[in-house]
Design a binder for this molecule. Structure first.
Ligand code: SF4
Length: 339
């Protein structure tokens, strides 16, 4: 196996596969309803990769060092027969970790089939337990009920450990993080607080709305004392903290105040078959055309190796300078490259 490394010596280890750009939510920080309303046209079926194409690409990428797969979207549970794709991926030798990120709304119906197909674990986005705050943050007015039921069934069928993604925005849900910490500590799930990021171009991001990792730790620790612990892998995105009383742990994804580009080992594959070497990329690299033009595995492997070995992305480390010089680039939307 040839292990691809980029210009900074970062290995290719994590692959995030977006299986659809569609979503049943309209979270303002990702896919605002005002820009992606009812008339918005998502990718037509013929434009998205088939399961066979996704599996073939994944096999080749595993040969190049990928061992961790995360299925994303849009909302991946909207892709019909997603459990069939999970089954194919679970059978690829060399994958050590097969996970899926979902908004949880359809999880109660799908959890059993996903588990039986070979999915290891899920990450569920739930940004507040306060129904009014959550209704505002999902852009559809939905309550937390379906998501909490999805979590209950996921735990019941053994899709664990369960992690909870919580985007923290000052003045939106910043005042509810201790409730979230207390609630998920009780359930034994790992709450991961995410600093609000300038993903894409639609969310009107403003640094003042960022609640920093240090502030999140201070706020929670005031009630539930925390202490830092080592990351499991260098390339893991979250800073880890455990409760001093042994009540479990939390994670914090601090892309704004404590960027972690130095160990970033993530490649993203979009539903329409483009490869992105950074969450804040301005453009992708088409691989679907190469696949559908009949390229051999070796030809595809050469393209992938070339793409990764020429990679120099480290946007989060450059953000402050880009802001200071007012040279912020236009970026691909998060729901198009899978977060
Ligand atoms: S900003 Fe880009 S390079 Fe940095 S950690 Fe995020 S995805 Fe990786």
């Amino acid at each position: 196996m040839f292990l691809a490394q980029d210009k900074f010596g970062r290995p290719l280890r994590d692959l995030r596969i977006s299986v659809t750009d569609r979503c049943n939510f309209r979270c303002p920080f990702c896919m605002p309803a005002k820009t992606n309303g009812e008339e918005y046209h998502f990718l037509p079926r013929a434009e998205i990769l088939t399961f066979e194409e996704i599996v073939r690409l994944t096999r080749i990428l595993v040969d190049l060092g990928v061992s961790k797969i995360r299925i994303t979207g849009g909302e991946p549970l909207l892709r019909s027969q997603i459990e069939v794709l999970v089954g194919y991926l679970a059978n690829i030798k060399g994958i050590e970790d097969l996970a899926l990120t979902t908004n949880g709304y359809l999880l109660a119906q799908k959890a059993r089939a996903l588990k039986d197909a070979g999915l290891g674990r899920v990450t569920v986005s739930l940004h507040s337990l306060d129904d009014d705050v959550f209704a505002n943050m999902n852009g559809r007015g939905y309550s937390t009920e379906s998501v909490l039921e999805g979590l209950r069934v996921a735990a019941e069928v053994g899709l664990s450990p369960i992690k909870i993604n919580i985007v923290v925005q000052r003045g939106v849900n910043g005042h509810t993080i201790v409730d979230l910490a207390r609630f998920f500590r009780r359930l034994g799930h790992v709450a991961r607080f995410i600093e609000y990021m300038d993903v894409g171009n639609l969310n009107g991001w403003n640094q003042d709305q960022v609640v920093s990792a240090d502030e999140i730790v201070k706020t929670i620790s005031a009630e539930l004392p925390l202490e830092p612990i080592e990351r499991t892998h260098n390339s893991d995105v979250a800073l880890r903290f455990k409760y001093k009383d042994g009540g479990g742990e939390i994670g914090i994804i601090a892309s704004v105040t404590k960027p972690f580009c130095g160990d970033c080992a993530r490649l993203r594959l979009s539903a329409e078959g483009k490869l992105y070497t950074c969450l804040f990329a301005s453009e992708g690299h088409d691989i679907k055309g190469v696949l559908r033009a009949g390229a051999t595995d070796n030809e595809i492997k050469e393209i992938l190796t070339g793409l990764w070995s020429s990679r120099t992305d480290r946007y989060s480390e450059e953000r402050a300078a880009l802001m200071a010089n007012e040279t912020m680039p236009r970026k691909v939307e998060m729901y198009q490259l899978g977060g």
